[in-house]
Design a protein around this ligand. Structure first.
Ligand code: CUA
Length: 368
């Protein structure tokens, strides 16, 4: 009897959870209503099977319960029943798969006027590229990847030089314009995922994945990585800002071309303290520091920068050192020789110039 009650409770509880809880309410901000409809079809079909099968078990428990003097009849085969089950199951599975295949096919076929956005994943941050004045994405290759050229663009390709590169985690997109995403990875498997757009795609190293979507609601959306890609995976976040065409154009015009990022920074006027902090903050984004070091005290792959400056850290060999500018610079340039206790020696060696070191240290000092 308790088994029957448990099954009825599971059925009623599941239905109540679906109707009453807010698990289904992430509102759509793109053209992909079809994806939500596909999910609804899946949910309805699996839901019906779930309820029917459980109620059938309840029926059998009641109808065929043990009674003294009764004996079960032996029935090895029932061809008619088998044909029915095969037909119903096949129909159900076809109804589950077909809408998804149809939507996936159109998900990979962008409209011809779609704007091209390149997304590049790297442990553990996102970078982006727009075609800019070049009208197309210039050549790229992993052999070109360096500290100053994190996207690995070909410096000999005029198209690549004219492309606009976004080395931070935040990208802007214009409202109501189809975007064709070309995604690649510098290292391992990642997955670019913006939940309100219903847009996501695995990014396999060595190949370019593609999909498209049209943002239909202005706002700031979180982009995340949806494939376990190492210890920093949970912190591999980005931001997609959807805004009107004019605001987008103004933002894009302020972003550097690849050629501009290659130009030596020496031309810059001597920085005053505030500028240095701002420069450090930008570097922390573009060099990927922010992926592992939080600035709000929260735990990360590496020590938080909040309150780090001036703190006495204990290293894994037991030695203690005060985090002054010299020690911070030494840590940045040679990260694995001495590692703060409780952390793994996984920080990559970065290509950081002297003035960039000063800016990063100024920024770290400013975080408290
Ligand atoms: Cu990249 Cu998870």
């Amino acid at each position: 009897m308790w088994m029957i009650l448990a099954l009825l409770a599971i059925v009623c509880g599941s239905l109540a959870f679906h109707v009453l809880s807010p698990w289904w309410t992430t509102s759509l901000a793109s053209n992909w209503r079809q994806m939500d409809e596909t999910l609804t079809i899946t949910l309805v079909i699996t839901g019906i099977f779930f309820v029917v099968i459980n109620l059938f078990v309840v029926y059998c428990l009641l109808r065929f319960r043990h009674r003294a003097g009764h004996q079960a009849a032996y029935q090895p085969e029932n061809k008619r029943l088998e044909r029915w089950l095969i037909a119903v199951t096949s129909l159900g599975i076809a109804a589950l798969l077909t809408p998804g295949l149809a939507v996936y096919a159109s998900y990979l076929r962008p409209p011809p006027d779609a704007m091209v956005l390149e997304v590049v994943g790297q442990q553990w941050q996102w970078r982006f590229r727009f075609v800019g004045a070049a009208k197309k994405l210039g050549a790229s290759d992993v052999r070109f990847v360096s500290g100053t050229n994190p996207l690995g663009l070909d410096p000999g390709d005029p198209a690549a030089l004219a492309n606009i590169v976004i080395t931070g985690n935040e990208v802007h997109l214009p409202l109501n314009r189809p975007v064709k995403v070309l995604a690649r990875s510098n290292d391992v498997l990642h997955d670019f995922f913006v939940p309100p757009m219903r847009a996501r795609m695995n990014i396999v190293p060595g190949q370019v994945s593609s999909f498209w979507f049209t943002p239909t609601v202005a706002g700031r959306y979180e982009a995340m990585c949806a494939q376990l890609c190492g210890i920093g995976h949970p912190r591999m976040h980005g931001t997609v800002v959807v805004e009107d065409e004019a605001a987008f154009k103004a933002w894009l015009a302020a972003q550097p071309t690849f050629a501009a990022t290659l130009a030596p920074a020496a031309a810059a006027v001597p920085a005053v303290a505030g500028d240095l902090v701002a420069q450090g903050r930008a570097l922390a984004q573009s060099k990927g520091c922010a992926g592992c070091h939080s600035v709000d005290g929260s735990a990360g792959v590496g020590p938080t920068w909040m309150g780090l400056f001036g703190k006495t850290e204990t290293f894994s060999d037991g030695s203690k050192v005060v985090m002054n500018p010299a020690e911070l610079k030494r840590q940045i340039l040679d990260p694995t020789s001495r590692v703060v206790k409780g952390f793994q020696p996984i920080m990559p060696k970065l290509d950081v110039k002297d003035d960039e070191l000063d800016a990063l240290v100024a920024y770290i000092q400013s975080v408290h």
